[in-house]
Every structure is written in structure tokens, then in C-alpha cells.
Write a protein that binds this ligand. Structure first.
Ligand code: FAD
Length: 514
């Protein structure tokens, strides 16, 4: 009865205020003081929380929440649950999403970087049966995890290309890079999580303990709980890397060699690569040739002009003091028989950290030119191996090469599905090997529409030709499209939502349940 009265009063208020947003603001004003004191509502903070790295979507929250402790997060979620119509709550790690995924229109954005309880990275070199691991806050960024681990001669095994992303944000997606073929995505390298569920409950979970929540949260797009702590697997850190780029003029040779490289480790761990990725170099200037020696840039440019599109394998061999004397032979074995254009192999020797943190120097350069805070109409796809040549013909050559809009960076590399755990929420194509295809562009606002139209055309091509892609970092889907995206996992995904966030409070910016 009391609940009906509260609901009626709330509806009267909502109608009289006309806007649901105003009504939610009113609700927040009724929050207990321990919540009120952590709310921030000044226009500048609201405006910052209404945007992300994509600069495409803008959604104003009612307030930003700056939790000091995990209990603060739990209190906020419980308060929302207590209302007749709850407000949405989005954890915001680094807001490096590109389509509003960490926003909460008329709701509350939780600034994870404010969290001080349990802050920092605790490295445990001898974790018994688990081996070495690090306990890190969900708000931590990967560069900090790397620094802490390196001090003990250790390192996380699986990476993203860019390290200024939060642990909670990447574990909500997958976390992929050139090590994924070997160790699986970052979600495959987590032993345990501390999570505040959509009901406000604090739960420790792993494959042995509350495993349904553990699997739900990993790759779960923030739908089931807020990760406040994660136990990340570590291994011995190398000190240096041989960093190679091999140029190809034929796609089948490029992808054939990539698949050969990712199969090598299965056969012999010591001769295999430690990292395999790939890029396209389309004849759409300006070409990014910063990796290559000055003297070689003219002949690389002519190769691109001649073929219109060049494919580049990027691979890495780690080494340290003990393996230093044979690293040259290891690299020679690695590239033996590969079909790159003769003499178009380039090599650098850098520290392990310099290699892992390679995107940061690009970031600094772009920031200094005012080119970082611009729209990023990105499209990330997982493509089944059996159809990657169709994507080369139809998308790279058919759509991107023909339409002369600057391609930005296009990353293409295969990974082994056996390294992913199908119990987790992340979705992949149903083939043993699938390709990551990341079309990463930056543009002016006036050209944004053209890029978005091209992304739609690419998705339409894949649909019309039954390519069977799955979107990584998925965005902008209708209910029907979400069901298709999750495929056979949809029913379980919905059941888990019902169990852990029954009132659809968490990460509304993903647009799955609201
Ligand atoms: P946010 O954008 O803040 O959040 C993303 C989603 O996760 C939101 O729904 C949010 O509510 C939720 N969330 C955030 N924190 C938590 C938490 N603690 N608990 C539960 N849910 C949470 N990805 C790769 O896999 N590999 C790459 O190499 C890679 N490179 C990138 C390079 C750049 C320059 C950029 C901008 C992105 C890159 N990404 C890459 C994508 C990136 O992994 C995702 O966008 C990721 O979500 C970013 O983390 P974040 O902390 O910014 O998350």
C-alpha cells in the first residue's frame, strides 16, 4: 500500500514537472545526506560527463557522483532501487567509449576516478596456485598496473593497444590487442572481481565463487555490476622487444602469414611471436609512415601508390638478458618463409614499456595539435576467418578505397577463439579463428556524417552478404539488433540482468534495456 502511495505521489510530481528529468532531480534531492554530499551538479562537471572520446553523443546526467568508498557506490545504487522509478547509474572509467556508453541521461554518472578506498595496485609475486597476480581498483588505468608490476619484474599478459583505459571499462568489453591470440582477451586473464551489483550488493566473485556474476560482468557492458576491484594474472616481464613491420601487396598472403604466425606458438612457444597485429595502408594521404626510416619512406609511398592498398603485419619478439644472445636467430626463424614484399621488412629495438605504451606518444602529438578532442566515428568488428577475404574485397577495396575519405587507422589481425571463455558475456563469431577489424577515424564535425554513413554502409554490406560479424564495443542498436548481437547468449544475458540488475539501473548509455 505504502509503495502505491509513493508511486502515485511520484507520478503526480513527474506530471506536474512535465519532465521525467526534473522529477529524477527532485528524487535525488530527497537522497540521504551521505549520498547528497558526494553529488556534484555544477554546469561544467555536468557538461564534462555528457560527452566522451567519440564526441558524437551528448547526454546530460542530473548529477555526478564522486564516491570515496565502495559503500558509497552501494548506497547510491540502493537509493535508486528504493524509488518508484529508479534513475540510471553509469560508472565512468576514462570515458574512452565513442558512443555514449558511459553516460546516463537524467541519471547519475559515477566518477570512478574519485574512489580512494582500495586505490592502487597490490602486486603479489607468489600467489600460490594462481601464480603471480595484481589486485587493482576498477578505476585504475593499465599504465599504472604495468608500472607497479614492472617494479617486481612482472607484467600483465594480455593488453590493449592504449594503456590509459580503466580496468573496469576494458573488462566490461574484453580488452584486446596483439597478445590476444596467445593469452586471450583481458577478460580471460582475471582471477577474481569485487562487484557492486545493480541491487547494491557487494559481491566477491570468481569461477569458483558466485560464478554467474563473474561470467556476467566480464564483457557485460556494465549491465550487471560496477567492478571495484580485479585480480589480474601476471607473468615474468621481458625487458626489451624486437618490433617488426612487414609489408604485403596481396591480402591472402598477409592473412595467410598472420594465421601462420598465430599457429606457431601452439607448436613451439620459444620460436613463436609474442604479439601479432596488422594494418592497412590505403593510398589516401596523409600516410602515417612515422615508424619507418626516413630513407625508406619514398619507396614505401611508391608501393602504396602502385597497389592502392598495402597490408602490414606488425609482430613482436620479447627478450631479456637471458635470451638476448639468440634473439636475432629467433626473429630470423619467425620471419622465415613469410611472403612479404622482398626487402620491405623493418625493425626497431625498444624497451618493453616503450612498445606497450606506443600509442601514448601519438596521443601527446595529437593533443598538441588539438586533434585528440574531436569526433571519433569508430567501427570495431569481429569477422569470421572464412569471410575475411570478402571483407577485404567488399569493405577495404570496395567501400573504403573507392570513397576517398581519409581512412585513419585500420587494424586487422586474427585471434584464436579457444582463448575466449564462452560463459562470459562477450560475444564472438562462431569460428575457431576470427579477425579483429578496427576502423578508427578522427574527423572534423562537418565530415562526421560522411564517416557515419560509411560505417552504416560497411555494416549493411556485412548484413547483405551474410558475413556473420559481431560488433566489438557495440553501439546504437535497436532491441532486435541487440538480440541478434547476442544471438544464443541473449536469453542468458536477459536472465542475468533480471538477477543482478532487475530494475535496469546500470550503464543505461549502452541502450540495451532502456
Ligand atoms: P568507459 O568509457 O568509462 O566505460 C565503458 C563502459 O563500461 C560503460 O558502459 C561504463 O558504464 C562501463 N564501466 C566503466 N567502468 C566500469 C566499472 N568499473 N565497472 C563496470 N562497468 C564499468 N579496446 C580494446 O579492447 N583494445 C584496444 O586496443 C583499445 N584501444 C583503444 C584506444 C583508444 C585511444 C580508445 C579511446 C579506446 C580504445 N579501446 C580499446 C576501447 C576501450 O577498451 C573501451 O572504450 C573501454 O570501455 C574504455 O575504458 P574506459 O575506462 O574509458 O571506459
Amino acid at each position: 500500500m505504502a509503495r502505491i502511495i509513493v508511486l502515485t505521489v511520484w507520478i503526480i510530481i513527474a506530471v506536474s514537472m512535465r519532465h521525467i528529468g526534473e522529477a529524477k532531480e527532485w528524487s535525488l534531492l530527497q537522497a540521504p545526506s551521505e549520498i547528497q554530499q558526494r553529488l556534484i551538479r555544477d554546469p561544467l562537471s555536468i557538461s564534462l560527463a555528457s560527452t566522451d572520446y567519440g564526441h558524437i553523443i551528448h547526454q546530460n546526467p542530473t548529477a555526478i557522483f564522486a564516491p570515496i568508498s565502495v559503500t558509497d557506490i552501494s548506497n547510491l545504487i540502493q537509493f535508486s532501487n528504493s524509488l518508484p522509478i529508479p534513475f540510471g547509474i553509469a560508472a565512468r572509467g576514462q570515458a574512452h567509449s565513442v558512443h555514449g556508453q558511459s553516460m546516463a541521461r537524467d541519471g547519475v554518472v559515477v566518477n570512478m576516478t574519485a574512489l580512494t578506498e582500495g586505490r592502487g595496485v597490490v602486486v603479489v609475486p607468489d600467489g600460490g596456485a594462481l601464480g603471480p597476480y595484481a589486485d587493482v581498483g576498477g578505476e585504475a588505468i593499465w599504465i599504472d598496473v604495468l608500472h607497479a608490476a614492472l617494479k617486481r619484474g612482472l607484467t600483465p599478459l594480455s593488453w590493449t593497444d592504449y594503456l590509459y583505459l580503466s580496468v573496469g571499462g576494458t573488462l566490461s568489453n574484453a580488452g584486446i590487442s596483439g597478445q590476444t591470440f596467445l593469452f586471450g582477451p583481458q577478460i580471460s586473464n582475471v582471477h577474481q572481481l569485487h562487484v557492486v551489483t545493480g541491487k547494491g550488493e557487494l559481491v566477491t566473485c570468481s569461477t569458483d565463487n558466485n560464478k554467474e556474476l563473474f561470467y556476467a560482468v566480464l564483457g557485460g557492458l556494465g549491465q550487471f555490476g560496477i567492478i571495484t576491484r580485479a585480480r589480474i594474472a601476471l607473468g615474468p616481464a621481458p625487458t626489451r622487444v624486437k618490433w617488426l613491420r612487414l609489408l604485403y601487396n596481396k591480402f591472402t598472403e598477409f592473412s595467410g602469414d598472420q594465421e601462420h604466425l598465430i599457429a606457431m606458438n601452439g607448436r613451439n612457444e620459444t620460436i613463436g611471436a609474442n604479439y601479432v597485429e596488422g594494418f592497412l595502408l590505403l593510398n589516401q594521404p596523409p600516410l602515417d609512415l612515422s615508424f619507418y626510416p626516413e630513407a625508406d619512406k619514398p619507396r614505401i609511398t611508391s608501393l602504396v601508390t602502385q597497389y592502392g592498398i598495402i597490408y602490414i603485419i606488425e609482430l613482436v619478439k620479447y627478450y631479456d638478458n637471458t635470451t638476448q644472445q639468440h634473439v636475432h636467430e629467433d626473429v630470423a626463424l619467425l620471419v622465415q618463409g613469410l611472403k612479404f614484399v622482398p626487402t620491405f621488412m623493418f625493425e626497431k629495438d625498444v624497451s618493453y614499456e616503450e612498445f606497450l605504451n606506443r600509442v601514448h606518444s601519438d596521443e601527446l602529438a595529437l593533443r598538441s595539435q588539438g586533434l585528440w578532442e574531436v569526433p571519433h566515428p569508430w567501427l570495431n568488428l569481429f569477422v569470421p576467418r572464412s569471410r575475411i577475404s570478402d571483407v577485404d574485397e567488399g569493405v577495404f577495396k570496395g567501400i573504403m578505397l573507392k570513397q576517398n575519405i581519409n581512412p585513419g587507422i585500420v587494424i586487422v589481425y586474427p585471434v584464436n577463439r579457444s582463448k575466449w571463455d564462452d560463459n562470459m558475456s562477450a560475444v564472438t563469431p562462431n569460428e575457431d579463428i576470427f579477425y579483429v577489424v578496427s576502423i578508427l577515424r578522427a574527423t572534423d564535425f562537418d565530415k562526421l556524417e560522411a564517416f557515419e554513413a560509411q560505417n552504416q554502409e560497411i555494416l549493411q554490406f556485412c548484413e547483405d552478404n551474410g558475413i556473420g560479424i559481431k560488433q566489438y564495443l557495440p553501439q546504437n542498436k535497436t532491441h532486435q539488433e541487440w538480440m541478434l548481437h547476442f544471438g544464443p547468449k541473449w536469453t542468458l544475458f536477459k536472465q542475468r540482468k533480471q538477477e543482478f540488475d532487475p530494475r535496469n539501473i546500470l550503464s543505461p548509455g549502452q541502450g540495451i534495456f532502456n
